[in-house]
Design a protein around this ligand. Sequence first.
Ligand code: HCA
Ligand code: CU
Length: 399
Amino acid sequence: MNVEELFNDMERIGYAKELNGINEKPRPVKILDTTLREGEQSPGISFTMRQRLQIAWMLDYFGVDAIEISPIISESHFESCKKLIKAGLSAKMVAHIRTLKEDIDVALKCDADYVAMYHSVSDIHLKYKLRVSREEAIRRTVNAVDYAKAHGLYLRVTLEDASRADPRFIVQFSKEMEKAKVDRLSIPDTVGIMRPQGMYNLVKLVKNSVSMPIDVHCHNDMGLALANALAGYEAGADQIHASINGLGERVGITDLAQLVMALTVIYGLKLDVRYDMLKELSDLIANYTGFKTYVAAPLIGENAYKHKAGTHIAAVINNPKAYEIVPPHLIGNRRSLVFGELLGKNGAIFFLNLLGLNPNEEMAKKFAQGMKKLQKGDLFELQLTKDMEKLFLNQQIKG
Ligand code: HCA
Ligand code: CU
């Protein structure tokens, strides 16, 4: 199953369309991956330079629009950033820095031409983190913007902690940025406090105040990072931030695989990416970080494509779409049937057939009954390869 087939399969895409209220043609949106910047802010994670270069090449091959990295963290980050800019990937390389002249100089030394500078806009950050007034926040940022612009940089400014800032100050700050010729703004929910409607309102507020394109960046402190990012998209954001396995400061941000598949399957947006690399990207990062993904993580978790209950197995053998909204092979994953105490007659027939035993009803029933005697957790699992599926699953099944 490739993505074309998925789109031709209107049944699958169309299922929840009416209730989800998605009637219009989806608006294109760009994806910025920040595994190398936000991801490396995860507690306990630090990539080697070689790993950073490999991750960036893979992300570029996968097809993200932009890759963010910070050259100011260490000498090795500086070198990584410089090497990646020199490599001339298709994805834009975004150098993430503070609103300081010295940081801009570092970005220039890397030969960056696209820079993202962040400055807090919430009173709590201005007062306790930076100890500056609102006026000073604008003055400092505009000074840095002028300096960066004088060097011909393409410039994004992030309104850090925008979700907790005074909406009037958000509007004022955004307008000052537009006046200073900033190219785009990033609107983050830095602490993960928003509900989707709140993120929608926040992005709309900025969109109604200025005409620059807008990024959204959502943290997952309440488990709402994906929902909020999608709300930001609905409000008109032009680029969404994500990281592989959702890595980032504290509990991280929007997960790349979830974002890509939600845009594709829920909104019907066909992205120009290699969908079948999603699992591989996740595995790569799990290997490099030593942090395995949660077993029940959507799409790429160990359990994402395991079917266990007898009724589920019976349905999936007949047609996987009964319980799968994203076909596993599309994202480089595999489907598994778990044979355990919940096995039913149809699952038993399927399984005995695999063993070449040509079961009759009686035999299958007995087998299923025997399985019920298994202790909970005494399972065996059959991971289906594409070839096995062709051989054994119902003819109508693709995927
Ligand atoms: C941080 C800030 C940031 C910036 C986001 C952005 C946030 O962690 O240093 O530049 O779009 O969440 O506010 O990650
Ligand atoms: Cu962040």
